[in-house]
Structures are given as structure tokens and as C-alpha cells.
Design a protein around this ligand. Structure first.
Ligand code: AMP
Length: 217
């Protein structure tokens, strides 16, 4: 079963999906992470996606569908897949429905965070180039200052799309294209909202409880 984590860039979907994966054993699938891997490897998909991603543009649906199908795999009974970054528009939500035999969507949880907070989070975000762990220069810097806590790499970089122009653009793209999918899930009766501006642990606990409720439904 899929649980869609929705929310604007910087809302904490990736951080929370990683925590839920570590602590509850759910599987995280992030289309953004998958695309960044393809860009790093220089694959044909990566070559199509790289420039669009740096500007904060959405990558075309057909490319995304290919990435998504590969990442989801055949689907195992009882498995919960936390989907981070997909769907980002109505057409993608409809496409996801075509996979419902193997991957039914059990719920969609929106992490709601005010725009000013999103801008502050994204502009201070740093990512480990080697293992993907994320930090914030002010709110959650690495413990030893310059090295990744998880893998000790010193390659803590700013994502190419976390510059001010791309951040503003991505938030606009979110409002125009992605926010409408919330109505799609409200209509299908599987939508809930969590206040993503609270502390990481509090948000985690609310998400964990929501996912348990979805599993029982
Ligand atoms: P994320 O890490 O989820 O913020 O995604 C980073 C970038 O990857 C986005 O700004 C898009 O360029 C691209 N991307 C990720 N997921 C999708 C998607 N579902 N549809 C289109 N583009 C996507």
C-alpha cells in the first residue's frame, strides 16, 4: 500500500519519510532522490532531467512514470511505501491510480508549512553529497560542524535548486500544479493534514499515528 506524503518543497517530507523508514520499517520512495541519482550517473533520464531540476521545473510525466515504476517494483503484501515527491500534479495522481492493482493508495497526508518558513528552511538546507543526509545551517547543523554525522563525508553541499530564484519558482510551481491534487485526495476520502511547522519529533509522532490509522482502515 502507498501512503502519499504531500507538501511544498521544504515541508519535511523527505526527512520524515527517512525517519519513518528507519524507525517503523516502511519503504521510502522519493522521485527527487531517484532523479538526482540518475543525474549523478549521467543516464539518459538524468540528462533529460538535470537542467530542469536545477531551475525548479517539473520533469515531464513520461520520464517520471518510468522512474516511478522502477522505484516501486512489483509490490509486496503488507508493505507500506511512503511516496515522497509524487504525484506533483493531477495527471500524475491519475497515473498512480492505474497502478492500484499492485500499489493501492491507502492515504495522502499533507504536511502544511507557511511559505516564509519554507523559504527559511530551503535556503539554509545542506545535503550530504555522499549519503543524502540533510542538515540546516541554523536549526540542525551537523554535530561536528563540517562533516556528515551519518557517513563522516565533508561534502555537505547546497542543492543546485535551493538557490533563492529556484526556491521561489518551486514554491509557485507547487501552488499552481501540486496543491490541486489535495482536492483529488479529499474527494477520494483518503486525505489528512498534519501541521509540518511543529518540531521534527512531534510531526513524526503524528505521521506515525496517521499511518497506523490508515493501515487499520
Ligand atoms: P524534490 O527532491 O522532491 O524536491 O524534487 C527535486 C526536483 O525533481 C523537482 O523540483 C523536479 O524538478 C523533479 N521532480 C521530482 N519529482 C517530480 C515529479 N513527481 N514530477 C515532476 N518533477 C519531479
Amino acid at each position: 500500500m502507498i501512503v502519499v506524503l504531500t507538501g511544498a518543497p521544504g515541508a519535511g517530507k523527505g526527512t520524515q519519510a527517512s525517519k519513518l523508514s528507519e524507525r517503523c520499517g516502511h519503504r521510502k520512495v522519493s522521485t527527487g532522490d531517484a532523479l538526482r541519482r540518475q543525474v549523478k550517473l549521467g543516464t539518459p533520464i538524468g540528462q533529460k532531467a538535470g537542467a530542469l531540476m536545477a531551475k525548479g521545473e517539473l520533469v515531464p510525466d513520461d520520464v517520471l512514470f518510468e522512474v516511478l515504476r522502477e522505484e516501486l517494483g512489483p509490490g509486496k503484501k503488507g508493505e507500506v511505501i511512503l511516496l515522497d515527491g509524487y504525484p506533483r500534479k493531477i495527471s500524475q495522481a491519475e497515473t498512480l491510480e492505474t497502478l492500484r492493482e499492485s500499489h493501492p493508495v491507502g492515504g495522502a497526508i499533507q504536511l502544511e508549512v507557511p511559505r516564509e518558513e519554507l523559504i527559511a528552511r530551503l535556503s539554509g538546507r545542506r545535503v550530504c553529497e555522499d549519503c543524502g543526509a540533510t542538515y540546516h545551517l541554523v536549526n540542525s547543523p551537523p554535530k561536528n560542524g563540517t562533516h556528515c554525522d551519518a557517513c563522516n563525508s565533508e561534502k555537505l553541499i547546497q542543492r543546485s535548486d535551493d538557490n533563492p530564484e529556484s526556491v521561489a519558482y518551486r514554491l509557485d510551481v507547487y501552488e499552481q500544479n501540486t496543491r490541486p491534487i489535495l482536492d483529488f485526495y479529499k474527494k477520494s476520502g483518503c486525505y489528512t493534514e498534519v501541521d509540518g511547522s511543529k518540531g521534527t519529533e512531534e510531526v513524526f509522532q503524528q505521521l506515525e499515528a496517521e499511518i497506523k490509522r490508515i493501515q487499520k482502515a
